[in-house]
Design a protein around this ligand. Structure first.
Ligand code: SAM
Length: 328
């Protein structure tokens, strides 16, 4: 059985974000300020055989890109095997991962050898104390060395994610510009998203991405034309800088119109939207290779339920108490 996953709004979904673990070792103030706490009745994360069946089915259904995320994906001991499984699926062209980079310096070459093609690293500040205050870990020098190593390995892309936080890192733009002048790396400023856990924090620290965009335009940065298959970022370039700056603004109009992604949690629940209410367990259909057609049929039916857009502007956060549960 082959098919293309599409919904009733004419969108297709070649991109899967798969969380492989819910635990994270960082305690970012906007996500897990008290650190990750395991609950006693927590179901086990997907095993590599379940991941293989899942990715094989999604690849048959037209998936071309998978992003491995978490929690912190590098905390999984079998991460290299997961990357190799993803890279081995016919049709999958991009194997991406989002990481806080705690093991980047030590492991990035092995991840590349295993099949990783695209890398996103979270770097919320370029000043050591500030980075430690936001993430709970004084690891910026090691992280920056890891990024420089990754830049020498020939990845399809290395992107850095920085969540915009009013009063905490909104003075970092000059430092970022210095950094981007001679590094071929794409920085993404992400607007802070409101989740079930961070309501008060959101009110204090949410900063509209348009504030940064105005500063960029004033400094001679120009928005690039959007590629047909572009992600949610509006991307800016400047002739004097090797690096680029992308803006991800989930509260902007039309953010969802270009949605091309589905999500699966570390325990195998399909999520149609990062902030959607709908999530169905796929795990029962991942127990045997012979279940593949049933799994594909279920995916097709579930997509019929996907909404046109999230309702973050209305204060709806869906099932998401924080993004560590599903990977952002
Ligand atoms: N642990 C990995 C990391 O730090 O990149 C992967 C998971 S993390 C949840 C994925 C991305 O989501 C990170 O770049 C993080 O900064 C971002 N993120 C988490 N909570 C967020 C929020 N409330 N609003 C915007 N971005 C958020």
């Amino acid at each position: 059985m082959t098919m293309t996953l599409g919904d009733r709004f004419g969108r297709s979904f070649p991109y899967l974000r798969l969380s492989v673990i819910d635990a994270c070792n960082y305690s970012c103030t906007y996500c897990l300020p008290s650190g990750f706490r395991a609950t006693s009745c927590r179901p086990p994360q997907l095993a590599t055989d379940e991941i293989r069946r899942l990715l094989a089915a999604f690849a048959l259904a037209g998936m071309r890109k998978v992003r491995i995320t978490g929690g912190e994906p590098s905390l999984r001991r079998d991460l290299d095997e997961i990357l190799a499984i993803a890279a081995a699926q016919p049709g999958i062209e991009k194997v991406a991962m989002t990481t806080n980079g705690c093991l980047l310096l030590r492991r990035v070459s092995a991840w590349k050898d295993a099949g990783l093609t695209h890398l996103n690293v979270s770097v919320d500040a370029l000043e050591r104390e500030r980075f430690a205050a936001i993430t709970g870990h004084d690891r910026l020098p090691d992280l920056l060395a890891g990024i420089d190593r990754a830049l020498g390995l020939g990845f399809g892309a290395v992107k850095l994610n920085a969540v915009l936080l009013k009063g905490l890192n909104d003075d970092q733009l000059p430092a970022w510009l210095d950094y981007l002048r001679d590094r071929r790396v794409s920085l993404r400023f992400i607007e802070l998203m409101r989740t079930g856990d961070n309501l008060e924090y959101f009110q204090r620290h949410h900063l509209r991405a348009s504030v940064v965009e105005e500063k960029l335009r004033a400094g001679g940065w120009r928005e690039l034309p959007r590629a047909v298959d572009a992600g949610p970022a509006r991307e800016y370039a400047h002739p004097e800088f090797l690096g680029r700056i992308g803006i991800i603004a989930p509260y902007s109009k039309d953010f969802c119109a270009g949605c091309n992604r589905l999500r699966v949690t570390s325990t195998g629940d399909l999520r149609l939207c990062l902030f959607g209410e709908a999530g169905i367990p796929l795990r029962p259909l991942l127990q045997d290779d012979a279940q593949r057609d049933q799994l594909l049929a279920t995916l097709g039916i579930q997509l019929g339920e996907k909404d046109a857009g999230h309702r973050l502007h209305e204060g709806e956060t869906g099932l998401t108490s924080n993004l560590s549960t599903i990977g952002g």
